[in-house]
Structures are given as C-alpha cells and as structure tokens.
Design a protein around this ligand. Structure first.
Ligand code: CO
Ligand code: ZN
Length: 332
C-alpha cells in the first residue's frame, strides 16, 4: 500500500549527507522485488529492475532521500546550540518547532524573541534548546556538526491529504519504491536512484547519472502550490493530478520526455497538470547535464508549505503518479 510505504519512509531520519537510515528502509521494502541493489560513494541507493525488451532503454528514475535540517555550529556557555542551515530551511518556518537529532535527542528551535528589528531576523537569531543548563551538559549530548531535523510526524488532513515534515521528497521515494515493486515485465530497464544531497545542490543524482549513463532521465519530486488564498503560482492545485514539469531554475525538461509523460498519463487515464516553476530545482537538472547530456523530465507531486514542518500532499495525486510511472517505463 502506497500509504504504508509512505509512512515508513517519512519516519526515517535523513538530513542531506546522512541518508543511510532511509536507504535501509528502502532496502527492506525492495528485498526480493528487484534484480540488484547497491550503494555508491555518495550514499545513493541504486536499484535495478531489468526490462523485457531486447532493445530496452535504461531509464534512470531519481527520488531524493535527504531533507532539510539544522547543523550545530557552536555550543554556548549556557547550553544553547547555535545552528546553520542544511538546505533551504528558514527561521520563519523553523521557529517554535520540535527538532530531533540522529540518536533521537529532541530540541526546540527558538527564534530570539527579544530583538529590536524582527523583520530582519535570520538564522543567526535562532538557537536550539535541548534542555541543557551548561555547555558541559550539552557537549555530552551533541557535538558541533550534528544535524537535527523536524521531528517526524504524520497527520491525516481531510479525506485525502497527509501532512508531514519530510514529504519533500519521501513521497517520491515511496513512489519509486512502489514502481520498482510493481513494474512487471516492463519494456525498459529501470535504474531507480534513491539519491542523496539534493537539498544542498543535486549532488547525489549528478554522480549517479554519470555512473549509470542512462538513455532517459526522470526525477520525481514535490513542486509548489498555487491554490491557497493569496498564492496563485505555480498554476498547480492539490488533488488535481500530478504535474509534468515544463521548466524550473534547474532544467528545461526535454520536450520528447515531457511528451512521453503526457502520453503515459493518457494511457493510464490520469489527469495531469502542467508546471512552470519560477524557482527551485530537482535532480532532473543534474541528470540532464550529465556527460554529453541526457533527455530528462520531472514528474511532480503538488505539495503545500514545502520545507515547513507540515508539507501537505494529496494521496489521489500520489496514486495517479504511480499509474503514470508504471506506463512510462513501458512506453518510453
Ligand atoms: Co526540497
Ligand atoms: Zn525535493
């Protein structure tokens, strides 16, 4: 079940650079369903499922395991932690949130309440309170360089929606895992890459694409939303189907791959949206520029409040995306 796979993957600790717990969960899920699994030097989990056709193409499908966090930069006299960003985490989004370190140690992210110019607060005004009363006490619990992430959570919202902090991009990891589980005698070779360090610059997918030399690249990731009161762009709504990316800051999708995605959606009977994003990027950007270039597209899951502790998606978009992916590996 997509929902169970999603929940399993959302609970794993995995900031950029420390994704191994997520990879371990994926390995457990895929054991016995695929032809090979290996981990490369950057921690990417690379999973193969061979295609049936003698002229099978190699399709690299990437979903990133990492998510954003805060790295400890200094432990102060009174036991408070100063932190820096791992990926696009902002003080407004993280303030007041419960955070958790790799070993389960909790902390509260606090944006300094007593400053004159509140409008100009940045991460240097943020500290994490782990309950320590002295530096010595704090140093027994954490070290400079340790990373905390939003505490895991899973909340049903209305009939079809789920909110969770790691939805970007564990929802895509769930889709990729299910694609690898359920693709059966498909035409093309699928090389699933559960990638690392996307949030700090698409790093894992770049080296994976170099090694794999795919004929076609596909990234699966969340995209932003345009359906809350004062937000109109991108023209993408939750629950109205997954989105085929036309372009973002990292990539102009290769037209032939984009068209195959529309074809796959039609064959699967799934309505899709068209996405133009003025900011952001995905693993697709790194795959497309690998070696002499790789025809690449991105399938997006509409997601509200991206990079907050409550990233919201609609399970109907997830189910539609899985159907499209299963068609795509046969059609492309
Ligand atoms: Co992200
Ligand atoms: Zn993402």
């Amino acid at each position: 079940m997509l929902r169970d796979t999603l929940q399993t993957l959302l609970n794993a600790y995995g900031p950029s650079g420390s994704e191994h717990a997520v990879a371990e969960k994926v390995r457990e899920l895929l054991e016995g369903h695929v032809d090979s699994m290996k981990t490369d030097a950057l921690g990417n989990l690379i999973v193969e499922k061979f295609g049936a056709d003698e002229n099978a193409k190699t399709i690299m499908v990437s979903a990133h395991m990492d998510h954003i966090g805060l790295v400890v930069t200094n432990i102060e006299e009174n036991g408070f932690l100063r932190v820096g960003a791992v990926g696009g985490i902002s003080p407004e989004l993280v303030r007041g949130r419960k955070m958790v370190f790799q070993d389960g140690l909790p902390g509260i992210a606090v944006l300094e309440p007593n400053v004159k110019n509140k409008a100009r607060q940045d991460l240097s005004d943020l500290f994490v309170d782990i309950g320590a009363e002295t530096r010595e006490e704090a140093e027994k619990l954490v070290s400079v360089g340790d990373v905390c992430v939003y505490a895991p959570d899973f909340t049903y919202l209305g009939k079809n929606r789920v909110a969770s902090p790691a939805m970007d991009d564990r929802c895509a990891c769930a889709l990729l895992a299910e694609l690898l589980m359920y693709a059966d005698n498909q035409k093309n070779h699928i090389v699933g890459v559960f990638s690392t360090q996307e949030e700090v610059g698409l790093r894992g997918a770049g080296v994976a694409a170099y090694a794999i030399e795919p004929d076609i690249g596909l990234a699966i990731d969340v995209t932003a939303w345009g359906d809350t009161p004062e937000t109109k762009l991108p023209a993408v709504k939750l629950g109205k189907g997954p989105a085929v990316k036309i372009m973002d800051r990292s990539m102009i999708a290769t037209p032939a791959v984009r068209e195959k995605l529309f074809e796959a959606a039609q064959a699967a009977g799934v309505i899709v949206q068209r996405e133009v994003l003025a900011f952001g990027g995905t693993d697709g950007g790194a795959i497309q520029l690998s070696r002499a270039g790789v025809p690449t597209g991105t399938l997006s899951i509409p997601c509200r409040y991206v990079h907050s502790a409550n990233e919201v998606i609609d399970m109907r978009d997830m189910e539609g995306a899985l159907k499209i992916l299963l068609q795509f590996v046969d059609l492309a």
